[in-house]
Design a binder for this molecule. Structure first.
Ligand SMILES: [Zn+2]
Length: 137
């Protein structure tokens, strides 16, 4: 992947993880351009198949494109940052620390990528108190 392509993905995402919405400048995680459809499943190095992602989300997603929604018990596609609208599938809890899944896809993505993992909750709490979370993207 070229540095120019990586920079485009980063800029498009306003330097936020497109899954957990961590802000790169306020995170200790390294971020990278993640393949939404993994290379091993034929995903290409193209803007439409790349999402800016923190290390934690990238690690938990790994090569998955589907996951089980624990409420409907159905295997569903994971949230696709290029094809899906974030607000259709997720919202913030009232205190903005937790992501809440509004759909099977949202819930399955939260589960698979562990979008409410402890480190993120703590970071969101602190950043919220500082008035810089959630990011306006
Ligand atoms: Zn993330």
């Amino acid at each position: 992947m070229t540095e120019a392509l990586r920079s485009k993905v980063r800029r498009r995402a306003n330097s936020c993880c497109e899954y957990c919405f961590a802000q790169e400048s306020l995170s200790h995680d390294p971020f990278s351009a993640e393949h939404i459809i993994p290379s091993v499943k034929g995903g290409k190095d193209e803007l439409d198949n790349l999402a800016w992602s923190c290390l934690g989300c990238n690690f938990h997603k790994f090569t998955a494109t589907t996951a089980i929604d624990l409420i409907s018990e159905e295997m569903v596609d994971l949230f696709h940052p290029r094809q899906d609208t974030w607000g259709d599938h997720f919202r913030w809890s009232e205190d903005t620390t937790h992501l809440i899944g509004l759909t099977a896809k949202g819930r399955a993505t939260i589960g698979r990528l562990k979008l409410n993992r402890e480190g993120l909750l703590n970071l969101r709490r602190v950043l919220s108190e500082a008035g810089v979370h959630p990011p306006s993207v």
